[in-house]
Write a protein that binds this ligand. Structure first.
Ligand SMILES: Cc1ncc(COP(=O)(O)O)c(C=O)c1O
Length: 448
């Protein structure tokens, strides 16, 4: 029996995926018709109870992991920087690079527009938004900076608000508005979970409500859906509804949530969103998306190099000559991503996260910085050794984990309460990898 048919049989025995879904996840041949793939993915997403089972089905995930070529020099639990491309996506990227290079301007001058319109259509369908509400970009940083810098509804004396858990470059961009638009910039600091009190969604909504009430002149709010420091997922729809009721516009940083968390952008009710496709969707580095609700496009100035009269979202960002091959690989990345499905990816990385967090939470000397509520966390989670808040000490800890225990993590400097260590499993990681981290942490804790 082939490996694939073994996997198919084990899937059907467990009866948690339909036969067609099982076949698509297990074989990853990309040969199915678009319709069959759609059906398969819908089946995967719908069977919520089964997601937990499928997240634990190592035979399937071994097969998925075999699609990724990863160094064996270290156990990589730092997959938050960007997402490794699966082999079929990498192959496509190589081919596209060669093709663009060979065909050069013969392609670019005659076909680029149509090629990119087709890619945009696919991305819009993936995000379930209208194609005239998005444009492709090179990543979340340039996207969110174009949104923050271009937002043109601010008057001198207005207030803009961001939080300690937002991404550094966006925090700086919000501060930049103080000089450029003469506005008041308010930074708010998230409450952190403690050993005895995990954070709840209600506490986060209350935190934003109190912050907005205390600053009635607020016109613009930056939110980060799944932040890169601790991995906390915030209840964006509730916060943005509250903001809307107060006349506050919301810019959402969804760099880490798209592809890692199963959600619908429109349902979050944010006017402006920055997306990365090179993190959890697994597209080549240099793939992002700007989203602006149709009736808010004119709230963002045309970018400095674009025609000032344009009504199109495409004029809200300007990337010059970009890496065509990277963007031309997006359809293959989406195809591969959809064979697994966002819901499956989310369930898997949350399961891998639970394997280390369940063992470590509650131990003396360490605090886990995200709650276990599945609405509030996916794969990315940070910890702090109690009292160890400096960058230097966390750098030393990160190095110790890598050099002495062979586990790669990363130090994060952002939360107001101090630095921490982030652990981010990916789709190729295994329970064994998570046990390796647990053993390392237990050994470190025993020495404290
Ligand atoms: C929350 C968040 N926003 C934005 C970004 C920026 O993404 P990029 O560097 O791909 O532009 C990152 C990158 O890690 C991130 O974690």
């Amino acid at each position: 029996m082939t490996n694939d048919s073994k996997i198919n049989r084990s899937l059907s025995r467990r009866n948690f995926l339909s036969q067609s879904a099982a076949a698509s996840v297990a074989s990853l041949t990309f040969a199915e018709s678009a319709k069959a793939k759609n059906r398969a993915n819908q089946t995967i997403v719908r069977l919520e109870r089964s997601l937990e089972d499928s997240a634990r089905t190592e035979s399937v995930w071994q097969h998925i992991a075999s699609q990724y070529d990863v160094t064996d020099q270290i156990t990589n639990l730092e997959n938050g920087y960007w997402g490794i491309m699966a082999r079929p996506v990498l192959d496509e990227y190589k081919q596209q690079t060669e093709w663009v290079n060979n065909n050069n301007t013969y392609f670019a001058r005659r076909e680029l527009g149509n090629t990119f319109d087709a890619i945009r259509e696919k991305v819009a369908a993936f995000l379930n938004v209208s194609v005239d509400e998005i444009e492709l970009t090179r990543g979340a940083t340039e996207t969110l900076q174009a949104l923050i810098g271009g937002y043109n509804k601010l008057n001198a004396g207005d207030t803009v608000m961001y939080a300690d858990l937002d991404y550094s470059e966006m925090k700086n961009a919000m501060r930049w508005l103080e000089d450029r638009r003469s506005v008041n910039v308010i930074k708010i600091n998230f409450p952190e979970p403690t050993k005895s009190e995990p954070l709840t969604e209600d506490q986060i909504v209350d935190f934003y409500e109190r912050s907005l009430n205390a600053n009635p002149g607020t016109k613009l709010l930056l939110l980060t859906h799944l932040n890169n420091w601790t991995g906390l997922i915030i209840p964006v729809a509730k916060i943005s509804a509250m903001a809307k009721a107060r006349g506050v516009d919301v810019i959402l940083d969804a760099a880490h949530s798209v592809g890692q968390v199963d959600f619908d952008i429109k349902s979050l009710g944010c006017n402006f969103v920055g997306v990365n496709l090179h993190k959890w969707v697994g597209a080549p580095i240099g793939c992002g998306v700007i989203y602006i609700q149709k009736d808010h496009i004119s709230d963002i100035d045309t970018y400095m190099g674009k025609s000032p009269d344009s009504k199109s979202i495409s004029a809200r960002i300007d990337t010059g000559t970009w890496n065509f091959a990277a963007h031309m690989t997006i359809p293959k990345a989406l195809e591969f991503h959809n064979l697994i499905g966002t819901a499956q990816k989310e369930a898997r990385v949350r399961y891998l996260r639970s394997l280390w967090v369940n063992e470590i939470r509650g131990k003396k000397g360490i605090t886990i910085l995200t709650p276990d509520d599945p609405q509030m966390v996916a794969g990315l989670t940070s910890f702090r050794i109690d009292g160890v808040t400096s960058t230097q000490a966390n750098n030393a800890l990160m190095r110790k984990l890598a050099d002495e225990y062979g586990v790669l993590t990363t130090r994060r400097t952002g939360p107001h309460a101090g630095d921490c260590i982030r652990v981010t499993p990916s789709f190729y990681n295994t329970p064994k990898d998570m046990r390796k981290l647990v053993a390392a942490l237990n050994s470190i804790l025993a020495d404290i």
